[in-house]
Design a protein. Structure first.
Length: 230
């Protein structure tokens, strides 16, 4: 086969497969950030992987549920943007219109209640910063409940009904993770290990009503907009 024909085939395949490869790479960002946050905050890796899928999961190649770092929830409607720039531009436009009830990134941190913990909107979208904040918050809930499933429910809501529904979906996703998805690193903390002291002052006990219920205060009654995705 002539060399120029090989080049044409290669570039054609690149055009066809490029978007799928990019999506797979971006989808992995939340899991990679979850691993690092798990080590930093003493949360089991599989717990964070299940949590990010409960928050932002959608079907990827082969039908497997994948998280997405550029996800935004605005007023109960979910958006999966192709990149960080478009996601941030959307949030910025909503804020300019007076909308602040926006859930952001791998772990859907609420902008109204938690943006003060981040130096910028871009940093709030950053998978590592997003994951570490979420892990510290979840670890705080574990210290209160002594159970990771209950902690996940409290992460979502301080109201029993929404928390119970969220726990059911979270538990379903956790049980369905493939073995390679829940395999811990050799130096990862074991399930049930005591969380380390968190590094976010705003997450310390007694820092305001917004932190007593969940990642979004309990009176909002937020539903997990991504939880219905198969």
């Amino acid at each position: 086969m002539p060399l120029h024909a090989v080049h044409l085939i290669f570039f054609a395949l690149l055009l066809i497969c490029g978007p799928a490869i990019a999506r797979t790479t971006d989808a992995a960002l939340c899991d990679q950030a979850a691993e690092r946050a798990a080590l930093a905050e003493g949360v089991p890796i599989e717990i964070l992987r299940a949590l990010t899928r409960t928050e932002t999961g959608r079907a990827g190649p082969g039908g497997r549920l994948e998280p997405w770092p550029w996800a935004v929830n605005q007023g109960g409607e979910g958006y999966w943007f192709p990149n960080a720039a478009e996601a941030a531009a959307f949030v910025t436009s909503q804020i300019s219109l007076g909308v602040s009830n926006l859930d952001i990134g791998c772990f859907q941190l609420n902008h109204h209640w938690h943006s003060a913990a981040f130096p910028s909107l871009d940093s709030m979208f950053d998978p590592d910063r997003n994951a570490q904040y979420a892990a510290a918050y979840l670890a705080q809930k574990y210290q209160i409940t002594g159970d990771w499933l209950l902690a996940a429910g409290a992460y979502h809501s301080g109201s029993e009904g929404p928390a119970t529904r969220y726990m059911a979906r979270f538990d379903e996703i956790l049980s369905g993770l493939a073995p390679f998805q829940i395999a811990r690193l050799d130096h990862a903390p074991p399930t049930g290990s005591a969380p380390r002291q968190n590094s976010f002052p705003l997450l310390m006990a007694g820092e305001g009503a917004a932190l007593r219920g969940s990642i979004v205060p309990q009176f909002t009654g937020r539903a997990a907009l991504f939880a219905a995705v198969p």
